[in-house]
Structures are given as C-alpha cells and as structure tokens.
Design a protein around this ligand. Sequence first.
Ligand SMILES: Nc1nc2c(ncn2[C@@H]2O[C@H](COP(=O)(O)OP(=O)(O)OP(=O)(O)O)[C@@H](O)[C@H]2O)c(=O)[nH]1
Ligand SMILES: [Mg+2]
Length: 371
Amino acid sequence: MVGDGDRQELTRRGDVLATRRREYDEDDVRVRPGKSSRPRTRTRPRHENAIDGFVIAVDRGRYTCVLPDTGPEAPTVTAMRARELGRKSVVVGDRVGLVGDTSGAPGALARIVRIAERSSVLRRTAEDDATTAEGRLERVVVANADQLVIVSALADPPPRTGFIDRCLVAAFDADIEPLLCLTKADLAGPEAVLDYYTELELPYVLIRPDSALDALRALLAGRVSVLVGHSGVGKSTLVNRLVPEADRAVGTVSAIGRGRHTSTSAVALRLPDAAEGWIIDTPGVRSFGLAHVSAESLLHGFPDLVEGTVDCPANCQHTADEADCALDAWVAAGKADPRRLASYRRLLASRSGEGDPREPDRNPGDPLAGS
Ligand SMILES: Nc1nc2c(ncn2[C@@H]2O[C@H](COP(=O)(O)OP(=O)(O)OP(=O)(O)O)[C@@H](O)[C@H]2O)c(=O)[nH]1
Ligand SMILES: [Mg+2]
C-alpha cells in the first residue's frame, strides 16, 4: 500500500529523475553507468563554454589541437577526451569543442567535449574480407579531408595500380577528391601508370627531388589534403618540402623496394604563406582494405566501367563468372582498359574472401597490378 505522502515522495523523485534525464544530451546515451553515485550533471563540463579546436595529432590519448584564427606561431593546445564522449574516436582532422585550460601553456590540459559533424571520413579496414573479425576491423584514417593525395613512387618501391585503385574506391566512397601524386619521377617515367588511367581524367602531379612544387601547391591551397601511400614512396619527404619546418622523419627503402614504416602516426601540418590549407602526412600502409565498402559502391571507384554496366542483367554481380556481364563487351569494344576490369574483379573477389588482396602476383602478366 502506498500512502498519499509516499506517493507524493515518489512523484517528486520521479520529477527529479525526469529533470535530470532532460538535461542529458545525446552523448550521455553512450556512457556506461559509472560506479560513482555522484549525479553526473555536476561533473559534466559546460558545453556552452567550449571553444573550437582542430585536431592535428593524436598520441597515446593526448590530442594536439590548434584554435581557429590563430597563426602558425600560436601555441598548440593539448587535450584529452572527456569521459562522456564514450567510444567515439577522435582522429586527426576532427573539429572539436574544447573546455578547460586551452592556454597552450606548458603542462596545460584541455578536454574535448564535442566532436563536430564530419564533412568526410576516410576509412580503411585491415583486410577486405568482411566475413572475418580482422577484416571488419575498421580504422578512421582522418576526418574532414577534402582531398585524397594518393602518393605512388614510379620506382623504389614500384607503382602498384591495384593499390591506387583501392584508394580511388575509398576516395569516391568517402566523397573526397582524389589527386594522384607520382613521386621519384627522376627514377622512372610515368607513362605506364598514366596510360592505365587514361579513361579516368584523374588529376595528377609528377614529383622529382628538384622539381618546382607550384602545381601541387596550387592544388593544395585552401584545402585539407591527406597523403596516403605505401611506406617509402616519399610522403614525408614531400611534406618536408612543402612545409620546411615540419621536420618529418624520412626513412630509407630496402634493396627489395620496401619502406621502413618510418612515420607511425598521422599529423596535420599547416601549409605556409597564404595557402590556408592543411596537409596530413600518414604512416605508410601495406594495403588499403575495403571491407567497409559495399560491392555496389566499389563500382564508383571505377567510373570508366560504370556506364558499361547499363546493359547488365538485373542483379548482375559483374564477377568473371557472370556469363552475361556487359563489362566484358564494354572492354572488348575498347571503352575501358581490360586491366581496369581485371582490377575491379580482383577487388570483388577479395571482398568475398577469395585470395589474399595483398598478393602482388595474382596477375602475373601485369607487373603494375599489385596492391
Ligand atoms: N630518388 C628519389 N628519392 C626520393 C624521392 N622522394 C623521396 N625519396 C626517398 O625515398 C625514401 C623514403 O622517403 P619517405 O619520405 O620517408 O617515405 P614515406 O612515404 O614517408 O615512408 P613511411 O613514413 O615509411 O610511410 C627516402 O630515402 C627519400 O629520400 C624522389 O622524388 N626521388
Ligand atoms: Mg613518412
């Protein structure tokens, strides 16, 4: 039996809970109930006081941020994540809300209380195969990039169009504009690679140690660009040329054309002068897994093939064993390079768990084809 007095007491408690519940925002949904019995409202940072920051580096739970409208001389702000962010990851390129000590003084620590909606998210998976746990392990490489600079050396290590194709798929999937950056043009010519992409009208730049970088600088100005590529292709070397004070460590390439994974984390660097842009150096990757991209979306990375699928039967999977896939006729008619179709089909196959996507010899007739 609940007496009147008790009922009032219950109602009052209910009101208090309801009020508290209304004060929570969507971030609280992800918070696991803490062991502490203190009301969470009291420990929550005051979001309305948060100031904007841009994450330029992440290192063992510490986030280096710059504040907008501050010049290159302004101190950076070191921050940690507020507990209430839950499992949301903060990555380089994120625009965040900061509270606490944002002075940038030595030892000062701010807190990230908010992650702004991302205009783009570049992801990659460890493997292609979405049917295995490792395959599904997904990493956000960077947030809010507007340009994906696919860096490939023309030699040492040799170019791999399979890898470039994967990056193109990731770029189209994330709605980030691709730019092909062919380095070490002093060691080999770009003809073979450019020939492969003839149908694509892919913007590209050629880099040699003594080349002027004006064309590249113009393409980077005013944008957030992220460099991706195998280890040893010269990403950090390029960043050091673009941003002389960057001082990024540069590695050597072994006799068999393998880089040494010199860079170990992504870092955003402000482009000098009036360029108003950012360039993000990333660690070299062995592969660019695409398990997070649907089979349907894979095709968007192959704009030269898209039109060829118009005559395909309904539900055509476009694989090599689809007898009526119209892509074979499309390529036979010279509308696209047969190597591009082979590359697309290799990706389709590796997504469904067939074969090792990183195995460069899957197409022995085509030395460029590895990924
Ligand atoms: N010949 C030649 N060598 C280059 C060029 N660019 C870079 N290198 C050399 O390539 C090697 C690797 O360069 P890095 O800049 O460390 O390569 P990275 O892509 O940052 O490698 P990771 O950090 O391991 O991913 C260094 O020995 C550079 O001197 C180039 O245009 N021509
Ligand atoms: Mg590097």
